[in-house]
Design a protein around this ligand. Structure first.
Ligand SMILES: Cc1ncc(C[n+]2csc(CCOP(=O)(O)OP(=O)(O)O)c2C)c(N)n1
Length: 343
């Protein structure tokens, strides 16, 4: 397992980022956690439907996307708001999506991020297709897809990995092994010793990294993206991390895991680790941190305001989101919902 930045903030290898870049990524992780904390609070106030916290997974997401160019693709899940936001998906859209409003799924023109996949695993195929398409168009864009340990048990994972391996599509598979798929622990998910080793079967490199280590994830992602862009094909990265919160706001982890696990993983918090590193280099102060938190909080409050200021959609409009031209079946369903006859 690749480890560079230790929990105490010391280095066990070469830092892949300059101090300035490290500070930029630290600030991004602070923003991500601010969003995450507010997401859970808003759900408890009844302002979001359900919310899936990614607390503890900030380094895996921010570190992964740090390797991408602005025109690369991110194809991710309900738990990957930090990755999506890093690639340009607005906070307001992310909030809106969590209220059940389909407009949250339409990012601004030019943002190459698909809406979050709720269907476990299905989106990995889309990432491979996008990467293949870019290749056919003669462009050197890369697609990075985020998914959990549970998603590797889906047939879609096999299909996506197999196709990517055979056709050398420029795609990076970034598995956040956060140890649980709702209540199913990692050891019940697969008999493989690691998730990374599954790459062997598909003819691509696989690498296991400490997912709470911004530097390890960043270095592994940069290598994989560089290879993909140069025509070297796909890579599977297993970022070993932990979901310290519940699966979603509808879950009670106390029913299937011991609290000591959470306590232990909190000692390896990805943000604290970078803070200790920067502090030792004389580049972190409590004042700077407070400024970052205040700026993130203000920006995210504006986004919540934008999302909540929209006129709610009417019931018939839920049918408009999927296709540019509605199918006859959707037209019929819409008619029934709006009080027409069920013919
Ligand atoms: C195809 C499909 N099956 C089942 C579900 C219900 N479900 C939602 S999240 C989840 C667990 C996914 O675990 P994992 O892939 O490890 O990601 P994590 O939630 O831990 O980030 C399940 C079973 C679903 N959304 N889609």
């Amino acid at each position: 397992m690749l480890e560079i930045l230790q929990p105490d903030g010391s280095l066990a290898g070469e830092a892949p980022f300059s101090v300035d870049e490290t500070k930029r990524l630290y600030a991004a992780m602070v923003s991500a956690r601010t969003y995450d904390t507010k997401g859970t609070a808003l759900q408890k106030q009844g302002r979001l439907a359900t919310y899936a916290s990614f607390e503890g997974q900030e380094a895996a997401q921010v570190g992964g996307v740090s390797a991408l160019r602005a025109d690369d693709w991110v194809v991710a899940t309900y738990r990957d708001a930090a990755a999506m936001w890093m690639q340009g998906y607005p906070w307001a859209n992310l909030f809106l999506g969590r209220t059940g409003d389909e407009r949250g799924g339409s990012p601004p023109e030019g943002v190459n991020v698909l809406p979050p996949s709720i269907t476990v695993g299905a989106h990995m195929i889309h990432a491979v297709g996008l990467a293949w398409g870019e290749n056919h168009l003669g462009r050197d864009r890369v697609a990075m897809t985020f998914f959990g340990d549970g998603a590797t048990s889906e047939g879609d994972f096999h299909e996506a990995m197999n196709f990517a391996g055979v056709f050398h599509t420029p795609v990076v598979f970034l598995c956040q092994n956060n140890q649980y798929a709702i209540s199913t622990p990692r050891h019940r998910q697969t008999a493989s010793e690691t998730i990374a080793q599954k790459a062997d079967a598909y003819g691509m490199p696989g690498l296991q990294v400490d997912g709470n280590d911004l530097f390890a994830v960043g270095a592994a992602a940069a290598e994989a993206v560089t290879r993909a862009r140069a025509g070297g094909g796909p890579t599977l990265i297993e970022a070993v991390t932990f979901r310290v919160g519940p699966h979603t706001t509808a879950d009670d982890p106390g029913r299937y895991r011991d609290e000591s696990e959470e306590v232990e993983w909190r000692q390896r918090d990805p943000i604290d680790r970078v803070r200790r590193y920067l502090e030792a280099a004389g580049e972190w102060t409590a004042e700077w941190n407070a400024q970052l938190e205040a700026a993130a909080s203000a920006e995210i409050e504006v986004a919540i305001g934008q999302a909540e200021a929209l006129e709610p959609l009417g019931p018939g409009e839920i049918f408009d989101a999927m296709f540019e031209t509605k199918t006859p079946q959707l037209d019929r369903q819409r008619g029934i919902l709006m009080g027409g006859p069920d013919e």
